[in-house]
Design a protein around this ligand. Structure first.
Ligand code: HMG
Ligand code: MG
Length: 289
């Protein structure tokens, strides 16, 4: 057992959370959400997405959000970028860290970003080069690592190969997504082990959606392997609009509880976090459970 002493939570609610909600909120509400999350102690908050507004209208105001955010000492605000157009827009809006996102699944890649897996890599390459040339850090996401709505089971070795490609392009961290929440502790561990055979576990993050209620069990399993970066979403909001069956990310509140139970310091003020969850659910017109 190599449980980490400290865990970094990457809060993806303002991006993954809001991209899948039928009701859009204003840029001012997004900014307030992000400020509240930072005040609650989150130090990495994925703040926006510079994708096509035809794909995700809910996040079309990413530039307004980024320019409206006050810089905070010790807090990072990465943004999602699919191509050079998104990269240029993110840079113009002042983003200092970006994330690219792909998958070894052809079916999901077509549905999500409208190209083949090979073409997606050729799209990411100039983005990474341009980012690294400006000292902008790049995170790499891999979707459908534990199962795909189009292709079913995923081969952990295919995930590992894709991770190596992203790492070789310069990604400092690889976030492994259970996009539709079909993983189990054994399959999650096997996939992380396959990737960790190629890339140090400290450079891997767990990005689990909770469709089948197993994300906390799966997180325990990968924490046991030494994973120390976990993606979460306040109030468990989230999902990928292009992955049929995807539901919310594991809730930040639940992960703070899990870390507390395991004696791992999260640095998060749970009361402020719960207030924030209630705030955004009210704005979205949904129940906070
Ligand atoms: P495309 O249609 O192939 O792109 O879409 P295109 O280059 O042919 O351009 C088509 C139109 O989009 C053009 O506009 C472009 O200007 C515009 P038009 O001439 O028709 O008016 N366009 C853009 N506009 C703004 N920003 C841009 C941009 N790029 C092109 N960056 C594209 C390809 C990738 C753009 C599109 O498919 C897309 O935006 N997809 C994003 C899908 C998405 O956001 N999915 C959710 C995020 S991934 C996720 O949630 C999973 C994750 O959480 C991990 C996990 O859970 O597994 C990360
Ligand atoms: Mg996601």
């Amino acid at each position: 057992m190599t449980m980490p002493e400290a865990v970094t939570i990457v809060e993806v609610g303002p991006r993954d959370g809001l991209q899948n909600e039928p009701r859009s909120v204003t840029a001012a509400v997004k900014i307030e959400l992000i400020e509240r999350l930072a005040a609650a102690g989150l130090t990495v908050i994925e703040a926006a997405s510079f994708v096509s507004p035809k794909a995700v209208l809910q996040l079309a105001d990413g530039a307004e959000v980024m320019t409206g955010l006050a810089a905070r000492e010790g807090v990072r605000y990465p943004v999602l970028v699919p191509n050079m157009k998104g990269f240029d827009a993110a840079m113009a809006a002042g983003a200092k860290e970006i994330a690219i996102f792909g998958s070894p699944s052809e079916g999901f890649t077509q549905a999500n970003i409208n190209c083949s897996v090979a073409d997606s890599i050729e799209r990411f390459r100039p983005v990474c080069e341009a980012a690294l040339a400006r000292d902008v850090r790049v995170r790499g996401y891999i979707s459908c690592t534990l199962g795909c709505p189009f292709e079913g089971d995923m081969d952990p070795l295919a995930v590992a190969r894709f991770a190596v490609t992203l790492r070789d392009m310069g990604c400092f961290e690889i976030s492994l997504g259970d996009t539709i929440g079909v993983g189990r502790p054994d399959t999650a561990s096997a996939m992380f082990e396959a990737v960790a055979a190629e890339i140090p576990i400290g450079q891997l993050a767990a990005h689990f959606h909770d469709t089948h209620g197993r994300s906390l069990d799966n997180l325990r399993a990968v924490l046991d392997l030494g994973v120390s970066v976990i993606d979460t979403s306040v109030a468990g909001l989230g999902g990928c609009p292009f992955a049929p069956g995807a539901s919310g990310n594991v809730a930040t509140e639940a992960v703070v509880g899990l870390l507390d139970e395991l004696g791992i310091e999260s640095g998060i003020n749970l009361d402020l976090l719960v207030d924030t969850g209630r705030f955004i659910c009210d704005e979205l017109g949904i129940a906070y459970t």
